[in-house]
Ligand binder design. Structure first.
Ligand code: GLU
Length: 435
């Protein structure tokens, strides 16, 4: 791989470039820039586990605390075989920026374990999670650093963390993590929040562009928690979801995929999305022809002839190799860091409207904030109330980014950085003036 491509595909290097570029627009003060150029702290732990088979395996765990100028470190934990320090550093940095864009009182952090959780039994996963919690326990806490779900982690895992941490500290501490099951202090609406927040951001942008969402076609790459809820809520708003994919393949029905819930059930049952052509409750490849469908490879979903594409999987799915082939005019980035720097430049030249990750997927952490707030103040909001508050947050953040983009004549990504850096700088200077 050429040196330049390596820099662009390394998420941490890319994050630093994005930071320096945005810093120039607002003449960010050098001290704040220096503070954001490196994480405050990185924690790396070794996690030896005895598997059910008797075999001993050692996993690496990470927690990166990027910055806490605006509040406790906040961000998810990812369980994936490709997790490494540079990835986690970039993801933690993007959380600092994201939390400032959506205006929640948090800094940024991220963590993860380099493991493919699908290869572990539930008990092994629990042991791994509990050991990880013990090893990072000194660094986390409701006012210090608050983890949450991310790729391949879920409410059950959050509940183990809450339980292990509470046992260690001798105090019931639901606010140490968010994204918990409701019965463990989780918030209504947290599971749906990232997907739904993306819909609110998209609707706000479309209304500004004077476009009617009804009938607009959408292709989504990634059918985990985020992609599946997004598909459902988009459909509810009148969008036509035509393609869905997971890491192994996808389905494409130009007339529109009808029952997203059935597709989800099919994927859960079979373990993969390919072939989930559903008529009523019968999902089978045999229905493909009747529905006018076509099988599609996972990496082709983003280059389909549609109005909107949604990368909702991992980093680097839009690269200089496929950016030229993208015909959609709008991209909603639901994954973190899906677009490389080179691809971003190509898309800008093609006048594609990219709704950036640090805005588009911030609904998850927005409702994490609501969860944390409810835990600390013994409140229990209903789902309607949470969704209403989420809508307000997303519309406000998106409106601010759109205005900033107009004011500076920059892309929505650059505008989101400008909004975030201004807020961080303001807080940083307030802290300094107290000293
Ligand atoms: N993992 C999610 C994200 O990337 C949510 C983080 C959180 O709720 O703290 O934004």
């Amino acid at each position: 791989m050429k040196e330049k491509t390596m820099v662009n595909n390394n998420p941490w290097k890319r994050a630093q470039k994005q930071l320096r570029k945005a810093a120039r627009y607002i003449k960010l003060d050098p001290l704040t820039l220096a503070k954001l150029s490196n994480p405050d702290r990185v924690v790396e732990v070794s996690l030896p586990i005895k598997l059910g088979s008797g075999e001993i395996k050692v996993f690496q765990g990470y927690r990166v605390q990027h910055n806490n100028i605006r509040g406790p470190y906040k961000g998810g934990l990812r369980y994936h075989q490709k997790v490494d320090m540079d990835e986690v550093k970039a993801l933690a940095f993007w959380m600092t920026i994201k939390n400032a864009v959506v205006n929640v009182p948090f800094g940024g952090g991220k963590g993860g374990i380099a493991v493919d959780p699908k290869t572990l039994e539930e008990l092994e996963l629990e042991k791994l999670t509990r050991q990880f919690t013990r090893k990072i326990a000194d660094f986390i806490g409701p006012q210090k650093d608050v983890p949450a779900p991310d790729v391949n982690t879920n409410p059950k895992i959050m509940s183990w963390i809450k339980n292990e941490y509470s046992n260690l500290t001798g105090q019931d501490s639901p606010a140490v993590v968010t994204g918990k099951p409701i019965e463990d202090g989780g918030s209504q609406g947290r599971t749906e929040a990232t997907g739904l927040g993306g819909v609110y951001a998209l609707l706000t942008v479309l209304s500004k562009l004077g476009k009617d969402p009804k009938g607009m076609s959408v292709a989504i790459q990634g059918f985990g928690n985020v992609g599946s809820f997004l598909a459902k809520f988009l459909q509810k708003e009148g969008f036509k979801v035509v393609a869905l994919s997971d890491s192994k393949g996808g389905i494409y029905i130009p007339d529109g995929i009808r029952d997203i819930d059935e597709v989800k059930r099919c994927k859960e049952e079979k373990g993969l999305l390919a072939g989930c052509y559903c008529v009523g409750s019968v999902c089978d490849l045999k229905n493909m022809k009747n529905l006018g469908g076509k099988n599609i490879e996972a990496d082709k979903v983003l280059t389909l002839p549609v109005d909107i594409i949604v990368p909702a999987a991992l980093e680097n799915s839009i690269t200089k190799e496929n950016a030229e082939k993208i015909t959609a005019k709008i991209i909603l980035e639901m994954a973190n860091g899906p677009t490389t720097l080179e691809a971003d430049e190509i898309l800008q030249k093609k006048d594609v409207v990219v709704i950036p990750d640090i805005l588009a997927n911030s609904g998850g952490v927005a409702v994490s904030y609501f969860e944390w707030y409810q835990n600390l103040n013994s409140k229990h909001w209903g789902k309607e109330e949470v969704f209403k508050k989420l809508r307000e947050k997303m519309e406000k953040a998106t409106g601010k980014v759109l205005d900033t983009s107009n004011k500076y004549g920059v892309s929505l990504r650059e505008a989101a950085y400008i909004v975030a850096l201004n807020r961080i700088q303001e807080k940083s200077q307030n802290i300094l003036s107290l000293k």
